[in-house]
Design a binder for this molecule. Structure first.
Ligand SMILES: Nc1ncnc2c1ncn2[C@@H]1O[C@H](COP(=O)(O)OP(=O)(O)O)[C@@H](O)[C@H]1O
Ligand SMILES: [Mg+2]
Length: 208
C-alpha cells in the first residue's frame, strides 16, 4: 500500500487519498479539537460523521451523484469513499463558454431540487463542494447538512450558493438564474415559494 497523501486540510476534517481493498479512495477524517471537552468532541465527531454518511447515502437513493461510501468508522470519525477523479466546479466554471456554463448551472439546480424534494438540506452548497466527472455534477461534503422540510431551510441552502457564486464567479452572476431554472424544473413543490424565501433572506441581510 502506498503512503496516504493529504489532499486537503480543513478546519473540521482532513481529506486523504488512500487505497482501500485495491480501490482509489479518499478518507474524510474528522479532527479532534483540543479546546473542546473530550467527551463532547467525541460525540460531535460521531454525530457529524454519521449524519454526513446518512445524507450521502440518501441523496444517492434519490438520484443525486455522490461518492460511493465504502466504510464509515464512527469511533475514529472516518468516512472512506470513492475518489472522484473529476474537476471541482469552482476551478472550471469561469473558463467555460456561456452555453456550457448555463448547462452546468441548470444541472446543479436540478440536483439541488432532487435532494430538496426529499427534504435533504446540504448545508454548504458552494462550487468547491461539487465535482464534475463523466458529465455529471457530483455533490460532496454534506458535513453541515440535515433533514428539514421547511421552506426556510431550502431558501438558506440556495442562498449560500447565491453568495458563493457572487464571490467566486462574480463576473457570471447570471449563473444563479440558470441554477434556479434547473431547480424550478425539478422541484415538486412550488419553487416560487422557495425563491420568495431567498428574497426574504437577502432583505434580512441588508437590514442587519
Ligand atoms: N470523494 C472525493 N473525491 C475527490 N476529492 C474530494 C472528495 N471529497 C473531498 N474532496 C476534496 O477535498 C476538499 C474538501 O473536502 P470536503 O468534504 O468539502 O471537506 P470540508 O468539510 O473540510 O470542506 C473538496 O473541496 C475536494 O476538493
Ligand atoms: Mg467542503
Amino acid at each position: 500500500m502506498t503512503e496516504d497523501t493529504i489532499l486537503y486540510q480543513g478546519a473540521e476534517a482532513k481529506i486523504c487519498r488512500s487505497e482501500y481493498l485495491g480501490l482509489d479512495v479518499v478518507q474524510k477524517r474528522r479532527i479532534s479539537k483540543s479546546y473542546r471537552i473530550k467527551n463532547i468532541d467525541d460525540r460531535l465527531i460521531l454525530y457529524r460523521t454519521k449524519e454526513e454518511a446518512k445524507l450521502i447515502a440518501e441523496a444517492r437513493n434519490h438520484g443525486v451523484s455522490v461518492p460511493t461510501i465504502y466504510d464509515v468508522d464512527l469511533e475514529k470519525g472516518i468516512i472512506t469513499m470513492d475518489y472522484l477523479k473529476g474537476k471541482r466546479v469552482k476551478d472550471i466554471l469561469n473558463d467555460l463558454s456561456e452555453e456550457e456554463r448555463a448547462d452546468i448551472c441548470k444541472k446543479i439546480g436540478e440536483n439541488i431540487a432532487k435532494f430538496h424534494n426529499n427534504n435533504i438540506i446540504h448545508g454548504d452548497i458552494t462550487t468547491s463542494n461539487m465535482i464534475l466527472m463523466d458529465d455529471k455534477i457530483h455533490f460532496i461534503d454534506f458535513g453541515l447538512g440535515e433533514k428539514n422540510s421547511e421552506l426556510e431551510a431550502k431558501g438558506v441552502d440556495l442562498h449560500v450558493l447565491m453568495e458563493a457564486i457572487d464571490s467566486t464567479h462574480s463576473k457570471y452572476s447570471n449563473c444563479f438564474k440558470y441554477v434556479l431554472d434547473g431547480y424550478k424544473k425539478e422541484l415538486k413543490e412550488d419553487a416560487n415559494l422557495v425563491i420568495r424565501k431567498i428574497e426574504e433572506i437577502i432583505k434580512r441581510g441588508r437590514y442587519r
